[in-house]
Design a protein around this ligand. Structure first.
Ligand code: HEC
Length: 274
């Protein structure tokens, strides 16, 4: 199965990892018991690092529980570099791909027989964990404040949960006990047929996606040089990204379509301030 992807943003990952799992699980409503049309399922995945089932947080379908595993999986599957967590030097080439499997590797006896050893993974994990979140711009601007009202009244926070407080972590003071504003519940949602890729991952179905965090989204052009959004980059603007929402978010999408143009412009302006 093939499913295109754009790389997700890498800011604030250490803070997302530090959100207490029970606070995320408390938002899940898999059978929509409250009848608001929005369910939200926790992606429980097997953690290679902890050798236990854990809450998946990273990746477009929340398939990875920790930054270290997400990084190691990217080393292995995206660029074919083995690590202690993913020791195959051929990445995710299948047994049928014999030329790939037999090609020379860079496994190094001085690195425990891996291409990237635990020390390398430690450094990459530390780096990824500590990429900061940009400050908001224009938060007091009247149009931004108007857009904030529209964002809340339209019901976007039902999935784009504005804030959390992170765990107390003695070894990581920079992530410890912080009030953070990621605008994501970190849960999986059925986003409808239009966004479905029909490629399940772990417990996530082919129609489910993890709510994308919205912090820093207004700086996408400046940082990444493009404004293509959603898991596969199909949306050319923030408004297009909203218009692709379906499934559990059908109601909110409908409200954006029918709102007066000034409210829609304010909503976009607010997103650009995040
Ligand atoms: C039912 C849950 C849900 C609701 C309600 C919802 N969203 Fe989303 N949103 C998501 C999910 C899941 C994604 C990621 C989808 C994907 O990548 O295909 C997303 C992605 C986005 C993105 C693109 C982010 C990126 O980095 O590509 C924007 C912008 C966005 N939402 C804004 C909004 C706004 C504004 C509202 C309210 C009008 C809203 N959303 C309501 C779940 C929701």
């Amino acid at each position: 199965m093939l499913s295109p992807r754009v790389a997700p943003q890498m800011i604030g990952l250490g803070l997302l990892e530090a959100i207490p799992a029970q606070d995320i699980l408390a938002l899940a409503d898999p059978d929509d018991a409250d009848g608001d049309g929005i369910s939200g399922r926790a992606a429980i995945v097997w953690s290679l690092e902890h050798d236990a089932p854990m809450l998946g947080r990273f990746g477009h379908k929340a398939g990875m529980a920790t930054i270290r595993e997400q990084s190691s999986a990217a080393f292995a599957s995206d660029i074919g570099i083995s690590t202690p967590l993913h020791p195959d030097k051929w990445g995710d080439c299948t047994a049928a791909q014999t030329a790939c499997r037999e090609a020379p590797g860079g496994d190094d006896p001085e690195r425990g027989g891996f291409e990237a050893d635990m020390a390398a993974l430690d450094l990459v994990t530390f780096y990824s964990r500590n990429l900061g979140v940009p400050a908001r711009r224009g938060a007091d601007d009247p149009q931004v404040l108007e857009g904030k009202r529209v964002f809340y009244e339209t019901g976007c926070p039902a999935c784009h949960t504005p804030k959390f407080v992170t765990h107390r972590l003695d070894a990581q003071p920079e992530q410890s006990f912080q009030l953070i504003w990621p605008y994501s519940d970190m849960l999986l949602h059925d986003m409808g047929e239009g966004l479905a890729d029909h490629r399940p991952e772990g417990r996530a179905t082919g129609r489910e996606w993890r709510t994308a965090p919205l912090w820093g989204i207004g700086l996408t052009r400046r940082v990444s040089g493009h404004t293509t959004f959603l898991h596969d980059g199909r949306a050319r603007s923030l408004l297009e990204a909203i218009l692709w929402h379906g499934g559990e978010a059908e109601t909110q999408r409908g409200k954006v379509v029918s709102m007066v143009p000034a409210d829609r412009a304010a909503l976009i302006r607010y997103l650009e301030s995040l």
